[in-house]
Write a protein of this length. Structure first.
Length: 203
């Protein structure tokens, strides 16, 4: 009976499966190795992160504890895309503090939190330029989100980025401008567009 105790842990993730590791994003399990450590056998997932050209070995028994997870379900991806359509929520705190919070969200491995960073740091062409650090965090969040969407939807990362940007442009302030251009101004959209104008102060 005791010999079967490890089976559920191994079956949680399979060789060849794409997974999400909080600090590095989407990777692929290429093997499960057994190593001798201090006289004990230790099972390790061997994970390749193609984008970063990196390999990581994670103990099978600790995979869940470190936050490693399976790819998001399709309905969860849809929720994340709805998040980027929302109004930016920018706290009126010092940028250094907000930057730390954004960084923590990106490295949480949580697709919804990553989508919130993409939403809050996105700047349309009509908005002021981002600072260098804002741009870095935005691109990090966008990359993480796009890689997971690409893996779930089985499309290229470029197509996933395009899908995210299409949803970003459905956001209230972008939609309001588009409606005005077409002569179909939407009162609610315009109010929301004014509500988020404070985002421009973030730098």
């Amino acid at each position: 009976m005791s010999s079967q105790k490890k089976a559920p842990q191994r079956s949680m993730f399979n060789t060849g499966e794409s997974i999400v590791y909080p600090a590095h994003g989407v990777g692929r399990i290429t093997a499960v190795e057994v190593q001798e450590v201090a006289g004990m056998s230790l099972e390790l997932y061997v994970i390749d992160f193609e984008k970063d050209k990196m390999r990581l070995k994670v103990p099978v028994a600790k995979a869940e504890a470190v936050g490693m997870r399976k790819l998001a379900e399709t309905d969860f991806v849809e929720r994340a895309l709805k998040v980027v359509q929302g109004r930016a929520r920018v706290k009126k705190t010092m940028w250094s503090r907000r930057a730390q919070e954004y960084d923590a969200k990106i490295n949480s491995g949580d697709l919804i939190q990553i989508a919130e960073v993409v939403r809050d740091l996105y700047r349309a062409e009509s908005q002021p330029e981002q600072s260098y650090s804002e741009r870095q965090l935005y691109e990090a969040a966008l990359g993480r989100m796009a890689r997971e969407l690409a893996a779930v939807n089985e499309v290229s990362e470029t197509e996933a980025v395009r899908l995210i940007e299409v949803n970003l442009n459905k956001g209230p302030r972008r939609a309001a401008k588009a409606d005005e251009a077409e002569g179909e101004g939407d009162a609610d959209g315009e109010v929301e567009a004014e509500d988020v104008s404070t985002q421009d102060e973030a730098a």
